[in-house]
Design a protein around this ligand. Sequence first.
Ligand SMILES: *[C@@H]1O[C@H](CO)[C@@H](O)[C@H](O)[C@H]1NC(C)=O
Ligand SMILES: *[C@@H]1O[C@H](CO)[C@@H](O)[C@H](O)[C@H]1NC(C)=O
Length: 270
Amino acid sequence: MAYSVVGWLTRPWMLILALGLLQPSSAQFCSFWTLGCIDALAQVAVPFDFSPLFADPITLFYSFDSSKFGKGDGPMTKTAFWLGYKNHNVNPNIIETNTTSEVALRVGNLTGTPAGGNNGCDGIWGEKCSHNIKTALQQSIFNLVTSHKYYSQPLATVLNEYLIDQPDLEECGPHVFDVAAIPVQDFAYEEFPSREVTIMKPGSGYHPWQVWYLDDMTDAKQASQVAVGIISRAPCLNGIPPLSPDGIQIELVCLQAPQGPPTGSSKDHD
Ligand SMILES: *[C@@H]1O[C@H](CO)[C@@H](O)[C@H](O)[C@H]1NC(C)=O
Ligand SMILES: *[C@@H]1O[C@H](CO)[C@@H](O)[C@H](O)[C@H]1NC(C)=O
């Protein structure tokens, strides 16, 4: 039986929690191995500020499903994310050059409870670490966009470098970029001088933006993990780089999807 819980926390970052089967029972079946959808066991949605491009907060959705018997014997989870927003709340007046906005999500090797500034991330690793992560990403993206090297997605390019050669982040634990993969999705292109904005259609469980699998992860283990969203806004290859790294926008969002329904009412895959 489907049920859902909606809770509002009076925090700067508000959580809308939904447990259990999130899709109506008439929904077409989405299997664990289907990449194009997710039948969420747990899902969380966190609104965050992405001004000046978006006048209203936009929402990061993080969702996971699990299977007790993944590819072999071990448990596995399926993770997905997407953004939700009203399509017409962008502010074309702030467009100064051709830019691309991207959203990334890292899951694994990080537990804690989201709280405080930087959309809950300060409660995970402290304000200084949040600052250092943002500064490192701004500097790396700035270096890339001023390097005359080819790139299409600046955040994805820099995160790939970080996975190979982990940045030394003072005040942060060793695990910030210690994950196997960080899926990234580009979702907004601004064009100058036309001031046209092309935005990816909001996602959903039927159309998640990125989906991937984690080996040896149980639903309980993933529920204890903190997922970290990294959202960027930076010049395209044919855009004009800012004068300093401060001109690269980086936002962090830390979220945790609650554990699924207790044993007995949980849905089974195999
Ligand atoms: C931005 O993109 C358009 C179309 O792709 C291009 O014509 C224009 O020269 C680009 N340049 C700047 C500086 O924004
Ligand atoms: C956690 O870190 C280990 C060691 O670096 C790595 O092998 C593993 O893939 C990471 N876990 C995830 C879920 O990425």
